[in-house]
Structures are given as structure tokens and as C-alpha cells.
Design a protein around this ligand. Structure first.
Ligand code: SAH
Ligand code: SF4
Ligand code: F3S
Length: 482
């Protein structure tokens, strides 16, 4: 999913006296990378702490996707700097997309930063840290054509023990004109399917019940097994549909999700594979960006409005119960009122289950920044964003109402945030479902209810909903299988 998040990684009780404090911003791939970094740091003897004051090393894994993502990071760096004044031995590192975009400029601009490491250089952390400990600043922002960190077992931090992210590819070869990702993440490369399988299999054996396969454009996943390899798949090519079927085969009770799909690349083969496997969850994140073919052309998305609608039609035909979510940018260069209305009308036609919506933010160095003036005023961007958001709220509410009265298989993730009397988890369509635990349960139900723990599947009948959540009651207490 391409929504942006921020969060602090929390670890277990570390068996060490050296501590790493980490904050992550941006997309799920960045969070997934932080788990790789934690693993490299664990090998160096660092445990993870969520107390900044205890940290020997502070790392901030950054995002450059929009100007305000970078502003947030700068504000945090200021805070870290003031901490460092009291504790000069504290090492401050900037990782991720902002490190890649700004490179050594970060060392000049952000005084007291010791370390700048791009997304493909995390294996170099031991050497870089040594350099810093020797009194120098250290930078490695080399991008790689091969690095996938395939052999590094991520340290699962801040985990609920039920759901996990697994990166299946890195970088992006598309050149959407608004987007900084190809510059910060480099060329697209896929990860060996066997190492993906192994990681998912290990998660399954540790009790995890759901994996989300991550990539900027999962539909262009491609791995050619060398002809000389010893396996029975020697010489074969794994496409994304093959990878999905392979991972789904680990267990029918392991849910598999993925993100992000690209409208130009999503194939019927992927949709048919999803239809064949119950455990391939029925939710597709298919960012449209705009409903206007003219704007899409300027965005260099390489599809137009009819193509997008025809892909939605294919999803509805092959997977009638599949949720569709999206990303929308308003106020892109040259977007007219008519273009904007086309976005609203496309939204009316598709009625997305949910959406991430953004005002266009010009990113230095991108094709759009070089070629098109950022000519939609902030005021108009704001108004268009409000209109898109209001319409989406209406659609999210309506889509959730359609879920009422039905029984849903829900994978329990934990207690609800609002009340520890309630559990929460998601249905296959990725909708959050909240339901009471033991309230009003009979004795027999209570006994059976002991099974209602994070990581179990339960049937929940939804009786009401909001735009963000479904509310229900458990209809089957016994563990059910998907
Ligand atoms: N690979 C994904 C998107 C990753 S970025 C895809 O192709 O869909 C996540 C989302 O951020 C994008 O879908 C887009 O909606 C938004 N975004 C990217 N660059 C942006 C920019 N310069 N201004 C505003 N939103 C942007
Ligand atoms: Fe950016 Fe486009 Fe690549 Fe997505 S597909 S990461 S929007 S360049
Ligand atoms: Fe992700 Fe932000 Fe980088 S969205 S790829 S962390 S620019």
C-alpha cells in the first residue's frame, strides 16, 4: 500500500548495552528497510530502544515523496541535534530516500549529522559506523542494480506477530513525471523467489498469518532461474502471478497481500491466480492518479482513462468481491477544472473502497519539475483536494455499508485501539473490523473464546459501519480456516 506512515520502531528486550533508536517515515518499503537495518545493526551488537535518551546511534529513515515529508524529517533532525548537544557521543544517521536525494549536502545543511546512507548501501553500515567512530563523517549513497538484501533476515520490530511485510523487488523503472522514487531508489530489480518463499515460510513457522509482498510496481516482477541451477525450475521465468501462486502454496491459512499494482501492467493472469487461491486477499491497490487522459499523459503514466476503466472492469469480472483502492494527485501541472471534474467522474464510476489523496508537490530533478510549470495555485489545489476527499468519504462509507449483514472471515491482529474489550482485525478486502471479545458471551462461548487470540481467524457478522471501520459480532468462536 502506498500510504505514507511515520513511526518509531520498538524492539524487544535487547541483550546488549549498545542501543539503536530508529524512526521511519514514508512507504511500507521504507519500514521494511528499517527491519533490514535493524538486522545489520543487531549483528554489530546493537539492540533497539524506543527511548531516545538511551540511544548510542539514532537513525532516521526518510521519505522524499512530497515536500512536507521532508519538512517533517528536518524538524526531527533539529530535535536530535539538540539531544546531541547534551550527549556528543551520540551518532546521528540519515537513511533512505532523503539521504539519496540530498547526499552529502545533508552533512553541510544539517549540522551534527554524522552518517548519510542511501537505500542500497545498508550492508555497508559496519564500515561507515567505524569511520564515524574514528571521528569522520561517512556517506554511502551508491545505488545498485542488484542489491535486494535477499539473504538478510529482517528483525521484526514493532510487530503484532501476525502480519509482516516482505520486500519482493526494489527500485522503479517507470518515469512518472511527478515522482522522485526512480531517483531515490534506482533501477528496478526483483528478488530471488526462493529467498522470498523462505522468508515467508519462516514467518509462517513463527506464527505469522499474513504477509504483504512489497514493490513499487509488483506486476513487473520477473525472475529468471538460471538454466544451470539445481532446482526443478531451472531455466523457468517467474512472473508476478507465478510468485503469488508459489507463496500462496505455503499454507492455505497464510494470507497473502501485495502492493502496489500498476494499471499499465496488471494482467488477467494475476487476477485469475487471485481467483484460484482463497488465501490471496481480495484487495487491489491500483493508483489512478488522475481521471483525465490529458493529465495522465503529462504524468507519463503510460495508460489513459479508458485503459484504467477497462482494468477495473476486468477486476470486477474476474474477482467480483474484490476491493479496489487508489492514490490520487490533484493540482498537477496544467490541471484544468475540466480535468479535475474528470477525476471526480472516474471516482463516481469506480467507487473506490478507499484512497490516499494528495496535492501535487513539485520535486526537484523530476521530469515535471524540469518540463512543466507548477501552475495550479495552492488555493485551488486545496479546494480540489477537499472535493476529492469529500467524495471519497462518501464512497468509503457506502462501500462499507455494502459489507453490513455479511459474515466476514477476520484475522485477529490485536485489541482495538479504542477499547481493550474489543478485538480488531481485517477481512480479506483489507477492511478493519472491530468486534467485542468476551462481552455478553455465554460460558461455552467464553471457553471457546479463549481461542480468540491474535493470529486466529474468526467469523464476524458486520452490523454497522463507518467510513473507516466495520463493527460486528463474532458468529463462530471456533477457529475457522480460510
Ligand atoms: N509506485 C506507486 C506509487 C508510490 S508513491 C505507484 O506507481 O502508484 C505513492 C503515491 O504518492 C503515488 O501513488 C502518488 O499518488 C503520490 N505522489 C508521488 N509523487 C508525488 C508528488 N510529487 N506530489 C504529490 N503526490 C505524489
Ligand atoms: Fe513513482 Fe511511477 Fe515508479 Fe510509482 S511507478 S514509484 S509513481 S515512478
Ligand atoms: Fe517510499 Fe518515500 Fe522513498 S514513499 S520509496 S520512502 S520517497
Amino acid at each position: 500500500m502506498s500510504g505514507q506512515f511515520s513511526g518509531i520502531l520498538k524492539g524487544g528486550l535487547p541483550q546488549t548495552d549498545k542501543f539503536l533508536y530508529m524512526e521511519s517515515y514514508g512507504c511500507q518499503m521504507n519500514f521494511s528497510d528499517s527491519e533490514i537495518v535493524a538486522s545489520v545493526m543487531a549483528d554489530l551488537g546493537y539492540g533497539v530502544t524506543d527511548e531516545l535518551a538511551r540511544a548510542d546511534v539514532v537513525m532516521i529513515n526518510t521519505c522524499s515523496i512530497r515536500e512536507n515529508a521532508e519538512q517533517k524529517v528536518r524538524a526531527r533532525l533539529q530535535h536530535f541535534r539538540s539531544m546531541k548537544r547534551h550527549k556528543p557521543s551520540m551518532i546521528i544517521g540519515v537513511l533512505g530516500c532523503m539521504a539519496e536525494r540530498l547526499k552529502s549536502k545533508l552533512l553541510e545543511q544539517e549540522q551534527l549529522v554524522d552518517l548519510v546512507v542511501g537505500p542500497d548501501a545498508y550492508k555497508d553500515l559496519p564500515g561507515l559506523l567505524e569511520q564515524v567512530q574514528g571521528g569522520q563523517q561517512a556517506v554511502n549513497v551508491l545505488l545498485s542494480r542488484e542489491e535486494t538484501y535477499a539473504e538478510i533476515a529482517p528483525v521484526r520490530l514493532g510487530s503484532n506477530g501476525v502480519t509482516a511485510f516482505v520486500t519482493i523487488m526494489r527500485g522503479c523503472d517507470n518515469m512518472c513525471s511527478f515522482c522522485v522514487v526512480p531517483f531515490t531508489r534506482g533501477r528496478e530489480r526483483s528478488r530471488d523467489p526462493h529467498s522470498i518463499y523462505k522468508e515467508c515460510q519462516e514467518l509462517w513457522s513463527q506464527g505469522y498469518k499474513e504477509v504483504t509482498l512489497l514493490g513499487q510496481n509488483v506486476d513487473s516482477y520477473r525472475w529468471q532461474v538460471p538454466k544451470a541451477s539445481a532446482g526443478k525450475d531451472a531455466g523457468l521465468t517467474y512472473w508476478f502471478a507465478d510468485l503469488l501462486a508459489y507463496i500462496a502454496s505455503i499454507s492455505p491459512d497464510l494470507r497473502v497481500r501485495f502492493s502496489t499494482s500498476h494499471p499499465k501492467d496488471i494482467t488477467d493472469e494475476v487476477l485469475h491466480t487471485m481467483a484460484r487461491h482463497n488465501n490471496l486477499c481480495k484487495n487491489i491497490h491500483l493508483p489512478v492518479q488522475s481521471g483525465s487522459s490529458k493529465v495522465l499523459a503529462r504524468m507519463n503514466r503510460t495508460y489513459d482513462r479508458p485503459w484504467y476503466l477497462q482494468r477495473v472492469e476486468a477486476i470486477r469480472r474476474i474477482l467480483p468481491d474484490c476491493a479496489i483502492t487508489t492514490d490520487i494527485i490533484v493540482g498537477f501541472c496544467g490541471e484544468t477544472e475540466e480535468d479535475h471534474r474528470e477525476t471526480l467522474s472516474l471516482m463516481e464510476m469506480v467507487r473506490f473502497d478507499s484512497a490516499y489523496m494528495f496535492a501535487y508537490s513539485e520535486r526537484p530533478g523530476t521530469l515535471a519539475a524540469r518540463k512543466y510549470p507548477d501552475d495550479v495555485s495552492e488555493e485551488i489545489k486545496k479546494r480540489r483536494l477537499a472535493e476529492v476527499m469529500a467524495l471519497q468519504d462518501q464512497h468509503s462509507s457506502e462501500r462499507n455499508q455494502e459489507e453490513e449483514g455479511q459474515a466476514h472471515q477476520v484475522l485477529i491482529e490485536g485489541k482495538s485501539r479504542r477499547s481493550d474489550q474489543d478485538w480488531c482485525g481485517r477481512n480479506s478486502r483489507n477492511k478493519m473490523v472491530v468486534f467485542p471479545g468476551h462481552a455478553n458471551a455465554s460460558k461455552d462461548e467464553l471457553i471457546a473464546g479463549i481461542k480468540m487470540l491474535p493470529g486466529t481467524y474468526v467469523d464476524v457478522v458486520v452490523h454497522c459501519s463507518t467510513k473507516a471501520t466495520l463493527l460486528g459480532q463474532v458468529s463462530k468462536f471456533e477457529e475457522v480456516h480460510i
